[in-house]
Design a protein around this ligand. Structure first.
Ligand code: IMP
Ligand code: MG
Length: 202
């Protein structure tokens, strides 16, 4: 039987409208804090380090939705090891820029984590409440180890004593968006991390 070959006809995006969309989001940005190129460099550095540190381990990478999705997908491409992926979703912000203080699990991990070396992936470590709650909860489930990796760290706002094992970079005490991080669910698809203009949320 003859194999049928199909030509993949890529839908060419309308560049003008994409550029306009990005411009519409970009106008709300005060300044770019971490560029696309710097994000790639961070992912490469962390991925190479994690590859060394987790050699021979039973790696389960758990992303905290939704903010970590871009970071998690790009970072794991630099982790040169067998691994599994899972997600959990928490809510603590609503549409405000300040944490409500109470963390709720909205979607739990599907996999039984006992015996896994869990690498938690977070977009930003702010007050520390989310990661403290999640890591304490996962500790009770028999994981071999729990390690925290955050793209951004905002140390000025910490209210609990929590340190990440891997940090992409520190940011000043400003509300940041892009590359997964949102304000009221917007701006996640900006290709960089930027400080949001205060007039947008004040
Ligand atoms: P924490 O529990 O206060 O550490 O908050 C962590 C969560 O708050 C992160 O996962 C983010 O979703 C959100 N968050 C904290 N700071 C920012 C920010 O500057 N921009 C966007 N989201 C933020
Ligand atoms: Mg988050």
């Amino acid at each position: 039987m003859q194999t049928a070959y199909y030509t993949c006809r890529l839908q060419v995006p309308k560049l003008n409208s994409l550029a306009n969309k990005e411009k519409a989001m970009h106008k709300d940005i005060e300044k770019i804090l971490v560029s696309k190129e710097e994000l790639d460099e961070i992912n490469r550095r962390l991925g190479e380090q994690i590859t060394k540190d987790f050699e021979g381990k039973n790696l389960l990478v758990v992303g905290i939705l939704k903010g970590s999705i871009y970071f998690m997908t790009d970072l794991t491409r630099y982790i040169n090891l067998p691994l599994k992926l899972d997600f959990l979703a928490v809510s603590s912000y609503g549409s405000s820029t300040r944490s409500s203080g109470s963390v709720k699990i909205v979607k739990d991990i599907d996999i039984d984590i006992s015996g896994y070396d869990v690498l938690l992936i977070e977009d930003i470590l702010d007050s520390g409440r989310t990661l403290q709650y999640v890591s304490e909860m996962l500790k009770t489930r028999g994981a071999s180890s729990i390690t925290i990796c955050t793209l951004l760290d905002k140390p000025a706002r910490r209210v609990v004593d929590l340190h990440a094992d891997y940090v992409g970079c520190s940011v000043p005490d400003e509300f940041v968006v892009g590359y997964g991080l949102d304000y009221d669910q917007h701006y996640r698809n900006l290709p960089y991390i930027g400080a949001l203009k205060r007039e947008v949320y004040e």
